[in-house]
Design a protein around this ligand. Sequence first.
Ligand code: HPA
Length: 268
Amino acid sequence: MSEQIKTTAEYIRTATGDYRPEVGIILGTGLGDFADRIEAAHVLDYKSIPGFPVSTVEGHKGRLIFGEIEGRRVVAMQGRFHYYEGYGMQQVTFPVRVMALLGIRCLFVSNASGGINTSFRTGDLMVITDHINLMPNPLIGPNMAEFGPRFPDMHNCYDKELIARATAIAEREGIKLQYGVYVGGTGPTFETQAEYRYFKAIGGDAAGMSTVPEVIVARHMSIPVFGMSVITNCGLSDEIGDHEDVQLQGRKAGARMETIFRALIREL
Ligand code: HPA
């Protein structure tokens, strides 16, 4: 696996004329529009990258975009790999390791999620302050010691300094933020009412099907992470989860999320 990661990173380095991104960005469901506004220097379709899995889910383009945001070099994943698509955890997290080898020193993650905290409303933006992992851990298996320790610490997974800066930016821009714990399940089913109540009881504020594996792997490598969820539905109300709604709410809140991401990147 570690050889494949190196080979893929080497391929990308050559294909992009040794473009060195400082920041990695993973854009979730309905949030891909942001990537279209990157001043792109190189765009690579996942299917053209040796070793890369290929995205299958509707609403996800599958490409890696290299370019500048606010004058800083970034690499953005427009579309991610989900465990529920049938990929193994090694595949789900493969791009994060590759981005690390390309030199990112900070990872921004985003997703669509279901609100569990009853004070949340559809369309809210939640800063992820911590997570609960209910998926298989992506670090199960022989430890790749060149990337990090066998038993990585998961305190402060979500960088406190970046959260504080996001708070200041949101105040300045008049953007309302929620804060909370993201519960990552496998999907692809949305939760039952009993499961939403269970997620609430164990301390969750939002439920989703992604992000946690990538964050664990980034933290294994000690890369600082900033994460945001768009609350696309409220799990404990009577409404029923629906993929189209998730995409629509994602796009609407995406503009506010983009403002926060841009300002954070500018100030890094
Ligand atoms: N549960 C899990 N994942 C989700 C949800 C949800 O309610 N909404 C959007 N992604």
